[in-house]
Design a protein around this ligand. Structure first.
Ligand code: GLU
Length: 381
């Protein structure tokens, strides 16, 4: 029986409600045979099922499409041309998604495939869509299995590594914790293979130049997901109020191992995801317009509700869906800022109208909220 003396995980692990887990190709696919490592896959599926059963919301970011696809296509070993890896991804993604579906189904869970490109996580208009869709999946207890849409993402618009993609997903989804399962159990002061005195860091609280130097030189980076992209992921995660763990995925049941206090490096965020997101909305985005709201809507917002078109008395400025706008009272006071779900033309047309009338007015169904409460930062009123 474990006693209270057993070294367990940090409290941040126990407190994390929404967790993003990034799994690299080398863990999932046997390099020499090109087949799935099914014992390992089943072990992590057990861990995920246990976390889900304890009420955690899990989002997976799974690599492996190219590694599986190149084998199925009989492509030669060694570096692939961009077109070849894009083709291999198209082939391998089917097997990858189906493998996750099988292991989750066997545990009574449902998987969903989500393929993203850089633009989907960086452009706010599309970001709002991806966020809402994934929120809906998670709310239904479904496990999103995310990968980059390698087949259509060309060089300029692709991440190319799932470390940074997973950090963007964690940020977009306001996750509490991101786990990068790696072939090494954390960030070391120097490459351990070259320097016997290298030490693993337990905790990183800021991405300083020293930390970046430990990750090595981006120019000498050969693998897609080396330490450079992991530290870049750490910067994105902690800036979004999300803690990040780098730990070894080379063991069976790597997530249960975290709970048991396995060696790892924690990147600790100083704020929480909701505060970080609100701060981003309130402070970092240039407002493209203004919506003026009536006293009833002001009261609703203060009570934690979303802004509905019915409460809007005036719309100014030129903005697109997903842009930041200022929310004002009729006396001109700034009430807050938020990401608006409609363009200025559409917002003008539905202002003052009931949400049930949106479809008739615009000719297509839209969101009931003009600004969702999760996309809003209120000033002190
Ligand atoms: N998206 C790539 C794949 O599924 C993997 C990228 C990475 O390994 O970071 O093969």
């Amino acid at each position: 029986m474990p006693t209270s003396k057993t070294k367990g995980a940090r409290p941040e692990w126990k407190a994390a409600r929404r967790i993003v887990i990034k799994i690299g190709s080398a863990l999932l696919v046997d390099r020499s045979t090109g087949r799935l490592r099914s014992t390992w896959l089943n072990s992590i599926a057990d861990d995920i099922a246990a976390l889900a059963a304890s009420g955690r919301e899990i989002i997976l970011v799974s690599s492996g499409a190219i590694a599986l696809g190149r084998h199925l296509m009989g492509l030669p070993k060694g570096a692939l041309e961009l077109e070849q890896s894009q083709a291999a991804a198209a082939v391998g993604q089917i097997s990858l998604a189906s493998a996750w579906q099988d292991v989750f189904r066997a545990r009574g869970l449902t998987a969903a495939q989500v393929l993203l490109t850089l633009g989907d996580t960086e452009e706010r208009r599309r970001y709002l869509n991806a966020r809402r869709t994934m929120d809906t999946l998670v709310a239904h207890g479904v496990i999103p299995v995310v990968n980059e849409n390698d087949t259509v993402a060309t060089t300029e618009i692709r991440y190319g590594d799932n470390d940074r993609l997973s950090a963007r997903v964690a940020s977009m989804m306001s996750a509490d914790c991101l786990v990068l399962l790696s072939d090494i159990d954390g960030l070391y002061t120097a490459p351990p293979a070259e320097d016997p005195a290298a030490k693993r860091l337990d905790v990183v609280t800021a991405i300083t130049p020293e930390i970046e130097a430990m990750a090595g030189d981006a120019g000498s980076e050969l693998s897609k997901g080396g330490m450079v992209t992991k530290v870049a992921a750490g910067r994105i995660a902690i800036g979004s109020g999300c803690h990040m763990i780098i730990t070894s995925g080379k063991v069976l049941h790597p997530l249960a191992a975290i709970a048991a206090g396995a060696p790892c490096t924690w990147f600790l965020a100083s704020s929480d995801p909701v505060t970080a997101r609100k701060r981003w909305i309130a402070g970092n985005l240039e407002a493209r317009g203004t919506v003026e709201i009536d006293a009833g809507a002001e009261k609703a917002l203060a009570g934690g509700k979303s802004l509905l078109p019915a409460g809007v008395t005036r719309v100014d400025g030129q903005f697109d869906r997903g842009d930041a706008v200022i929310i004002r009272a009729t006396d001109g006071r700034e009430i807050g800022r938020g990401l608006i779900a409609y363009s200025h033309e559409d917002a003008q047309r539905i202002a003052g109208k009931k949400s049930t009338e949106i479809e008739r007015i615009l000719g297509h169904a839209g969101r009931a909220e003009l600004i969702h409460r999760d996309d809003m930062a209120l000033s002190r009123i």
